[in-house]
Design a protein around this ligand. Sequence first.
Ligand code: GDP
Ligand code: MG
Ligand code: K
Length: 278
Amino acid sequence: MNYTIALAGNPNSGKTTLFNELTGAKQHVGNWPGVTVDKKEGTYKKNKEINILDLPGTYSLSPYSAEEVIARDYIVKNRPDAVINIVDGTNIERNLYLTLQIIETSIPVVVAVNMMDEVEDSGIVINFEKLSEAFGIPVIPIVARKGKGLDKLMEAAVRVADDKTVPKELKIFDSNINTAIDAVYEVLTSDYNVSKRDAVEKDALNYWKAIKVVENDDIVTGELTNNQKPEIIAILGEAEKYADGDTEAKIADLRYKFITNLVSESVKKPKTHIETGS
Ligand code: GDP
Ligand code: MG
Ligand code: K
């Protein structure tokens, strides 16, 4: 069985280091079609049936940069067998913003918490079980630079790919936003019938699109048909009333709140933490 596993993460999270450790020297660097963003592909050095693809480093999956559009299109349209989301453990709160958005695509995903050498040196204690339980996916500590934790990481990635384990539906949004997402989803899926075989993946794509429409995502909104637009404009108008006129800002705010809560429950920082500013 062949697998495609994509690496996604913030810039500087150690994505290239991990990619090089996993693939050894046999990698191919090209460009993503139409843009001069590096596209690196290789095979896992311990199992040649596993293809590893390095997505561009991003903080988010917004429509505003080529890197983010490449990363999200690849995840939602190509649907790799699994995503490894590499996270900088010394900066976990900021990095989990992307994690939430990857989880929202309903793709099998494993979170790799990197830089665990620095995390341990600084006295930060991360409760991996709690994070894993909260997301409903494996969360694995690694030190990419020393190759530590990578066997476990790859075992977990293959496991979620085989089992098609998708993350939990997280309770991030408020009832106003959820009502709008569900209503947009109904509009997006009322137009056509999907075969049983395609239904699960189509549903995941449409649910993701529904979130993006409520976020006022230019690209996804631009793909709406003229039939869909009037109903969707009405749904968004209603949602905006309860979101101080800005559902995009509201959604971002709710994501940050979710992460802040989760981190306060699962990451213990030492009382006298000295910022190194590195
Ligand atoms: P990318 O931007 O995500 O591709 O990140 P890089 O792979 O270029 O890594 C960013 C920096 O973090 C480099 O200086 C790496 O050597 C360093 N780095 C990567 N992994 C680790 C790790 O596990 N521990 C520590 N301490 N540094 C790491
Ligand atoms: Mg890199
Ligand atoms: K560093």
